[in-house]
Design a protein around this ligand. Structure first.
Ligand SMILES: [Zn+2]
Length: 143
């Protein structure tokens, strides 16, 4: 198998996700999750889940990474890798919907298992028949 720039970038993303999982705060579920979002320009943002005694106040790793990226001015993304050392972790429905706000249905969502194996999906596969509205700033419909 060819080991090109994309493989090196994926290795960087995997390593960043493993480090980010170490920052997860999951005392209630014990299920640590990390996510790394890659911008269209190659920049990376990582996030980890942060739980709260009031569950609705916590945030998933995926939205943590996405919101950091958006807050830094990024608006176009190519892929996200989701990782948990505690078992395969797929984005929840809320995160899938939040990702759709900024990512097209063809955006790659990679799920890395604790053994390091990666399975790939598209956001459209994970969120078929998504809810969308015409964007008030005239952005294209991403569904
Ligand atoms: Zn979520």
């Amino acid at each position: 198998m060819k080991y090109g720039n994309d493989e090196r970038k994926l290795d960087e993303i995997r390593e960043l996700a493993q480090r980010a999982a170490g920052s997860a705060y999951a005392p209630y579920s014990g299920f640590r999750v990390a996510a790394v979002l890659e911008g269209a320009d190659g920049r990376l943002w990582s996030g980890a889940n942060v739980e709260s005694a009031v569950p609705s106040l916590g945030i998933c790793a995926e939205r943590n990474a996405l919101f950091q990226a958006v807050a830094s001015g990024a608006r176009e993304f190519s892929r996200m890798l989701v990782y948990s050392p505690d078992g395969p972790a797929y984005p929840c429905g809320s995160c899938r919907q939040a990702l759709l706000e900024f990512c097209g249905s063809e955006t790659q969502i990679l799920v890395m298992s604790p053994d390091g194996s990666v399975t790939g999906h598209t956001l459209g596969d994970l969120l078929p028949c998504a809810f969308t509205l015409p964007h008030p700033e005239g952005w294209e419909d991403l569904s």
